[in-house]
Design a protein around this ligand. Sequence first.
Ligand code: ATP
Ligand code: MG
Length: 377
Amino acid sequence: MASEDVESAVQAALEQAEREFLEQRAARADSVTDLDADPDERAVEAALRPRSMDEVIGQERVREQLSLVLDAARSRGRTADHVLLSGPPGLGKTTLAMIIASEMSAPLRLTSGPAITHAGDLAAILSGLNEGDVLFVDEIHRMSRPAEEMLYLAMEDFRVDVVIGKGPGATAIPLEIPPFTLVGATTRAGLLPGPLRDRFGFTGHLEFYAAADLDLIVQRSAGLLEVGTVPEGTAEIALRSRGTPRIANRLLRRVRDYAQVRADGIVTRDVARRALELFEVDETGLDRLDRAVLDALCRRFGGGPVGLSTLAVAVGEERETVEEVAEPFLVRTGMLARTPRGRVATPAAWTHLGLAVPASSPFSDHGTLFGDGEPTG
Ligand SMILES: Nc1ncnc2c1ncn2[C@@H]1O[C@H](COP(=O)(O)OP(=O)(O)OP(=O)(O)O)[C@@H](O)[C@H]1O
Ligand SMILES: [Mg+2]
């Protein structure tokens, strides 16, 4: 064997070993673009969270609207209106809730919809509030119905009716509660009952972030984590972060690992590309689940239309996971469309999978899908 051959064989073996190491590590972690944060990750996230409105990157519209609402309340010396923050996971709802409290110099009380199973749980929380407190209810769409009803009253009249006893002898005792600001967060604003939604004075819809903003977020986080980067490296991470700061921060940490094990610790474009390829995040930010959904849609169902439940079964996932995690991004990138008759792959999906767009694609006949919404079946 020529010496270059030996050298490249050794190099290949080394690369293989390191690849296996990183693969095992990747397999232990959940998918790198999984939207939920586990407890360890929450701790890291807390360290990376912007603490004031000025530190928040992107979301100009919501930031400006919210600043106005808070400034106005402050100048009137009143508690701020109730705020609903809606949008896909990882875009900054919790971050903004914390900032609202800090901008109002008010204590933040935290709870979540699933934690409030009985109206009594909510009554206890509400009656413990002090004037001006900010009560943050995460996943507010998952509260029980009786608790929801109690919350409307509390939001509007700053009063709750505590029911004592049962049956015909039960009596409702009204209890005054001090003015407070409710901040609700939801990934599914559509699931909130109208009366609850209407009682929020301001609703902020968080949008997916532009790559330029994500780049700034990655740079900021890299600074806090003391990771060396070059502009092409952070830009590459930003492009693959699906418009989501949580994912940007997570990809940054994985790329940092890779940079430390396989390179000289600096996040360059090449390092970012190789790391993200290993973690199965492609150039557009699609991960394994996204690709599985597109794959099933195109290869198994001929591009659709296919119902959400069928699609979920085909990829072995919960309906909600497909709907809340994969679909918003696929719709946003224009690869999947939701139509009255089911999910449909767009030409961009076929192209992304490296397949030819079939002549029978539903997109070859827009009228039947989008025309008047009437099934032509
Ligand atoms: N505008 C932003 N600028 C900088 N970092 C951000 C911004 N928005 C979010 N982040 C970062 O993204 C992470 C996730 O944000 P956050 O926890 O607020 O999302 P969320 O919308 O509450 O998600 P979930 O729906 O899962 O509760 C945070 O650690 C924060 O550091
Ligand atoms: Mg949150």
